[in-house]
Write a protein that binds this ligand. Structure first.
Ligand code: SF4
Length: 219
């Protein structure tokens, strides 16, 4: 996992407007310190079957944010986000190379839960509920160069599109409503092959537009 190489002193989420400069100086948190705290986090380790191993990709210069669900077992083992069949499909959807995908100055990857949550009867368990309140706003606040957010699956869409009621399908069908800053996507898991067959407009309409947008954003 690559670490951010710049010092960025910023104020915690939600308080920037109301604090005096003197108070701001007291609460400033450096980005390297924040990233160390995230990577050392064991807040919900008691609930994680393989223990805490936060997996994210972050640099404040990133132009694209991928907001996903949580690492799977294979990703937990490798420590590399989307280093699996879902990642291969996602890169194909986006039309970008592995080099670009794993360049943190281009793409930030922040799942709703940073650690593998375990597996239930019908697939991976939901992201741990402790994670987003602990870290998400603090990290999102540092993405000051963001041009495009890809919101993958139900948990990330409930967080990033709180007013968008309905299902993943209805949100993705309404993609033009959020364009060009936010694009809701289904999970690229091979488990979603049936969804892709039932929704051919996704590959024929949304993906070509998304590839063109990414090409502009990452140029
Ligand atoms: S899932 Fe999030 S809150 Fe839980 S241990 Fe990992 S980084 Fe910490």
């Amino acid at each position: 996992m690559r670490h951010a190489s710049v010092e960025a002193c910023l104020v915690p989420s939600g308080h920037r407007e109301s604090r005096s400069p003197a108070l701001v100086s007291l609460v400033m948190v450096s980005l390297p310190q924040l990233l160390r705290e995230v990577r050392d986090c064991a807040l919900c380790a008691n609930h994680l079957p393989l223990g805490a191993r936060p997996i994210l990709q972050f640099h404040p210069a990133a132009r694209v944010l991928i907001a996903g669900q949580a690492p799977g077992r294979k990703t937990h083992a490798s420590g590399v986000p989307f280093d699996d069949a879902s990642g291969d499909r996602l890169r194909d959807w986006l039309g970008i190379s592995r080099d670009t995908f794993y360049d943190p100055k281009c793409v930030a990857i922040l799942p709703m839960g940073f650690c593998y949550p375990g597996t239930g009867r019908s697939g991976d368990l939901p992201p741990r509920p402790e994670c987003a309140p602990a870290w998400r706003e603090k990290l999102l606040d540092r993405l000051n160069n963001l041009k495009l957010t890809l919101v993958i699956g139900d948990y990330a869409q409930e967080y990033h599109l709180p007013d968008a009621k309905g299902t993943v399908t209805s949100r993705v069908q309404a993609w033009k409503k959020y364009w060009p800053l936010v694009v809701p996507l289904p999970h690229p898991s091979p488990r979603n092959n049936i969804w892709l067959r039932r929704n051919p407009w996704f590959e024929s309409e949304l993906l070509p537009a998304l590839r063109e947008r990414l090409s502009d954003v990452l140029a």
